[in-house]
Each structure stands twice: as C-alpha cells, then as structure tokens.
Design a protein around this ligand. Structure first.
Ligand code: ARG
Length: 456
C-alpha cells in the first residue's frame, strides 16, 4: 500500500512489530461503516464519480459479508484492518478500490473507527450495568426489612437493613453509568476528514460524514483529531472506577460467604470445589471480579503512559491504544455479567445477619440518642453514660437489652423504661428514618425511585 519509494520489503521482525491486525481486526465493523460513510460523501461531492462510489460501497458490503462469515485473517503483511479491507476490496472490484482512500488517511480513519468502537462498548457496558442495578433493586426490595450489622472499620457499628446496603451499590452503579454517559457525550465528534494531520484540499463535507456515523458534529481541529486518545482514556477511567465498585462488592461476597460470617451462600452455579478438600465451596467468580479490577486499572495506566509525552500529531505509539481498551472492555463486561448472576442467585442468610447485628452492642447509639431525646441529656454526656452501660453488659457477658431497668437506672436515673424496646435492632433501624437513612420506609422510597429511573 505504501511501497512506491521502497526497493525492499520489511524485515520479518519489522513486519511483526509494525502489524496491528492481530488485534485491530476487531474494528472491522466500524472500519467498514466509516469507509461507507466516506465514499458516499466522496460520490455526493463529485470527488469520485457517483458510479465508482456505488461500486466501492457494494464492494465494502461484500468484504463485510466475508468477514462476518469467515472472520478476518491475521495476515501480518496487510499490517492493519484498514489495509486488509482495502486490499480485499481491490481483489473484489479491481482498480476502482484505489479511489476509496482519496481525501483521508489511516490517521483519521483509525481515530474514527476507534471512537465508533468505544461508543458501542459504552452502550454495551451501560446495558450490563443497568441489568446489575435491576438485580440489586430486586434483592433490596426482598430485604428492605432484613437487619444486618453495619460496619465501620469492619467492626459492627450500627444495625442497618440489607436492602439499604444493597442500594448503596445501586447508587455507585448509577454514578458509574453517568460517568460512561458523560464520556460518550464528550467523545461523540467525528474525526473523519482531518486526513493525515492538516485536513485536505478536496472539497469534502465533514458534516455529512459526521451525521452518517451518528456523531453530533465533526471535530474542530485536525491535529487534535488524529492525535488525542482522551476519549479512550475517559472510557478506561470510567471502566476502572466501575471495576473498583464491582471489586468492593465482590470482596463483600467473599467475606460474607466465609464460614465465620456465613451471611450468604452461593448456589452451585456460582461456586467451585477444591480438588483436595471436599468440603470447599469457593467464591471464585467474586474473587476474579475483584482480581480483574486490578487488570482494568492496569489497562488505564498503560494507555496513560503511552500518551504521556507524545508530540502532535500522530505517532505510531498510538497503535498501542487498542489492546488495553479491548482487554478492559472484555474484563469489565465479564465482571458485570458475573456480578449480576451472583446477586440474582445468592442466598442471604438473614438469621445469621440478624444474630450478628444483635451482638456487639450495636444499638448503644440508640441508648445515647434516647437519653438526648427523652431526658434532654447533652449528647456528649449521653455517650459517656452509654459507655458505662456497655461496660456493665460486657462485664456480665449479656446484651444491652438483657440489662434490667434497675441496673440501668443505677448507672443513670434518667434512663426510662421505654429504653429496652428502643434497644432492639428493629427499633434501631426503624429510628434511622432521616433522608437517605436505613429505615425500611426510607429504603422502600429509594427502591421506588430507582425503579422509576430504571423504567421498571
Ligand atoms: N494501525 C495504525 C494504528 O492503529 C493505523 C494508523 C497508521 N498510520 C500511519 N501513519 N502509519 O494506529
């Protein structure tokens, strides 16, 4: 394709280091779509004859049908998907194929293809994240009243509802989706027509190619168009953040499935056994979701470092933009699907959760709050009194609600008889009815809002 001034072909290793077709063949649909938009515009503008434009478009459809049926071969001699497609087009329609590359360069071509691919990937990831939100909301609704310990420092802190806990992840995923959506809006400008770096002398119509490919508008600066990959980085940053959220949820599943916690059990479908220990049920999928997030962050780091320090405009380093994006996409899509499957099917052992919530004096704050509300005690002082109550229960090896009123009043006479009821875990969660709080009524409101947002 570019051999005119060369007497010899490339060395084998040169060919190998230069070729991107083993991975960029994944762009074939986008490459065909971009070429079809380009050649239709060339025909309309009279840059190539209308009849040639039609011949080329039909030829591209035939190439696409072949790719669809047989896949794209890894022929390193063809270097990349752009050259492979043009070369096959020439075999099919002859010399007319040579008119396709008028008024464009592989630099604007690859920038366009890759944006189209990332845009499709965002749409696919968004659909996956939405399904995960639906699974979280369904399980949250089932468990709007189920009590579990809420933790800080991984120490039992205050009772919360399982529905509230699950809806926390719904919120994280909601922001993840909005991060991808922002990236999509920002990237949706068409680089086609920037040509190699400076634009072109041909009377092209960039508005029409942008429209044909569903971009909002053409990009504004040809140098920037061919040389930035911030759209891919935006995608990777969104992917990395989403994977961190998945990883935290995965970590909770791993922890909760362990025997000392026993808060969840995974069905057979989502468990693996051990080749040596017959009793084992391992949460491998959750561990791998947690592990994959590290690789996704690695993909982000990889492309950031590729781009750092590249002068304008295109440099071949940028060919290395695709593997990390493809890898991150595959890992993220798989992680989302696995997480959705686990959330849909795992069993919450609410009896164990409730027992754990009742241990550890988790309603101590409720006692302090009651002293403030009923007896007008300043919170700091109430905190101090409650500390003494906890100490007493700890010494006796009993729960707060097991202490008699006489014992409580010996510590402070302002403790009233309603206190025992207030110290139950159900009363504790019901009391936390502030906006965004864990009370079942608030959780149900959050679920109703979420269902409306999800259109379900
Ligand atoms: N395979 C190349 C890439 O992915 C296409 C652009 C090549 N441009 C060039 N001037 N050599 O970046």
């Amino acid at each position: 394709m570019w051999g005119g001034r060369f007497a010899e072909g490339p060395a084998a290793v040169m060919r190998e280091i230069n070729a991107s077709i083993p991975f960029d063949k994944r762009l074939w649909r986008q490459d065909i779509a971009g070429s079809k938009a380009h050649v239709a515009m060339l025909g309309k503008q009279g840059i190539v004859a209308e009849a040639d434009s039609v011949t080329i478009a039909e030829g591209l459809d035939r190439v696409a049908a072949e790719y669809e049926a047989d896949g794209v071969t890894d022929d390193l001699a063809l270097e990349d998907i752009h050259m492979a497609t043009e070369s096959r087009l020439a075999e099919l329609i002859g010399a007319t194929a040579g008119r396709l590359h008028t008024a464009r360069s592989r630099n604007d071509q690859v920038a366009t293809d890759f944006r189209l691919w990332v845009r499709d990937s965002i749409d696919a990831v968004d659909a996956g994240l939405k399904a995960l939100q639906q699974a979280l909301v369904a399980r949250a609704e089932e468990h709007a009243d189920s009590v579990m310990p809420g933790f800080t420092h991984l120490q039992a802190a205050q009772p919360v509802t399982l529905g509230h806990h699950l809806m926390a992840y719904y919120e994280m995923v909601r922001r993840d989706r909005s991060r991808f959506a922002d990236a999509r809006v920002r990237m949706n400008e068409c680089p086609l027509g920037a040509a190699a770096l400076a634009g072109t002398g041909f009377p092209i119509d960039r508005q029409s190619t942008a429209r044909a490919l569903d971009f909002d508008r053409p990009t504004a600066n040809s140098l920037d168009s061919v040389s930035d990959r911030d759209f891919a980085l935006d995608y990777l940053m969104s992917a990395a953040q989403a994977s961190l959220h998945l990883s935290r949820l995965a970590e909770e599943i791993v922890l909760w499935a362990s025997q000392p916690f026993g808060f969840v059990s995974l069905p057979d479908q989502w468990s693996t056994g051990s080749s040596i220990m017959p009793q084992k049920r391992n949460p491998d999928a959750a561990e791998l979701v947690r592990g994959h997030s590290g690789r996704i962050v690695g993909c982000l780091t990889s492309l950031m470092i590729t781009m750092k320090g590249l002068p304008l405009a295109y440099s071949k380093d940028m060919q290395d933009d695709k593997p990390p994006v493809f890898e991150a996409h595959d890992l993220l899509a798989l992680s989302i699907a696995a997480m959705t499957g686990m959330i849909e099917t795992l069993t919450f052992r609410t009896d164990r959760m409730r027992a754990a919530a009742e241990a550890g004096f988790s309603t101590a704050t409720d006692l302090a709050d009651r002293l403030v509300r009923v007896a007008g005690v300043p919170f700091r002082e109430a905190h101090h009194i409650t500390g003494a109550v906890v100490k007493l229960a700890e010494g006796k090896g009993c729960a707060l609600s097991d202490l008699s009123l006489a014992e409580l009043q010996a510590i402070d006479p302002r403790i009233d008889e309603g206190v025992q009821a207030a110290l139950s875990v159900d009363a504790s969660v019901a009391a936390r009815a502030s906006e965004g709080g864990t009370a079942p009524e608030r959780v149900r409101q959050a679920i109703a809002r979420a269902k409306e947002a999800l259109g379900s």
